[in-house]
Write a protein that binds this ligand. Structure first.
Ligand SMILES: Nc1ncnc2c1ncn2[C@@H]1O[C@H](COP(=O)(O)OP(=O)(O)OP(=O)(O)O)[C@@H](O)[C@H]1O
Ligand SMILES: [Mg+2]
Length: 222
């Protein structure tokens, strides 16, 4: 495990200003996710969007912090093997990560790192592979998902946009739920619908939609 960088508070509103409206919105989101499937608790949740730059990674990171603040043990995994960003958000090195674990043939400890937030650990992407969708849909990934969920209360997976690549669709059927992030005033309606259809085609369990960036005085809200 590595010690985290100093930029964490600057990046995450839930750490910088837990009393803000944005942090409160994340707590509401956490509660809604908790109650979204009472009979089948969510242990693995994938976060995606229809298009790039809709705030998936920051939403995932803030949600993870909020869950950890409620004493859940949380693992975030960067499955965006095209434009990974969790290592940047958490200020961590990315020499080893998910792709390292995918390429190893023996079951060692997972290449996770401490985030600096108690209860929250991070698996960065690792070196970028040539065909991400194949890796994410592989049998090895299935084995890793089992290993990931065994150690924590919830695993959150960051992915590329669902309309741009098949990566999120490859992973979506293997997780308990999918959260779709939309950017207010930015996501086109037809794109959002297409994203939903692509996810439904692979029988993903869409548990909710986050409307990101509805402007408030201090930035983020839902
Ligand atoms: N609610 C918001 N208000 C203003 N800016 C935001 C908001 N959410 C995200 N951003 C900004 O948008 C950019 C993209 O955010 P982020 O990396 O979380 O998006 P993403 O959907 O994960 O992108 P990618 O498609 O590259 O994975 C960042 O520069 C971030 O600061
Ligand atoms: Mg991202």
């Amino acid at each position: 495990m590595t010690t985290p960088g100093a930029s964490l508070e600057a990046n995450l509103i839930t750490l910088r200003d837990p009393g803000s409206a944005a942090a409160e919105a994340y707590r509401t989101l956490r509660t809604n996710i908790l109650f979204s499937s009472l009979d089948r608790p969510l242990h693995t949740l994938l976060v995606t969007s229809s298009s790039p730059d809709e705030g998936k990674s920051l939403t995932l990171a803030n949600l993870a912090v909020t869950m950890a603040q409620a004493e859940q043990r949380v693992l975030v995994v960067d499955c965006d093997l095209r434009r990974p960003s969790l290592h940047t958000i958490f200020g961590l090195p990315n020499e080893r990560g998910l792709t390292s674990a995918l390429l190893e043939t023996t079951d060692g400890p997972l290449p996770v790192q401490r985030s600096g937030v108690p209860g929250l650990i991070v698996m960065t992407s690792g070196p970028l592979p040539p065909r991400p969708a194949d890796l994410l849909g592989s049998r090895r990934m299935g084995v890793l998902i089992e290993q990931m969920r065994a150690g924590v209360d919830i695993v959150l997976f960051d992915t590329p946009p669902v309309v741009a690549a098949t990566d999120a669709s490859a992973l979506a059927p293997r997780v308990d739920g999918v959260l779709l992030v939309l950017q207010a005033g930015h996501t086109r309606r037809d794109r959002a619908r297409e994203a939903r259809q692509l996810l439904e085609q692979v029988k993903a369990n869409i548990v909710g939609v986050v409307l990101n960036g509805a402007k408030l005085e201090r930035g983020y809200s839902y």
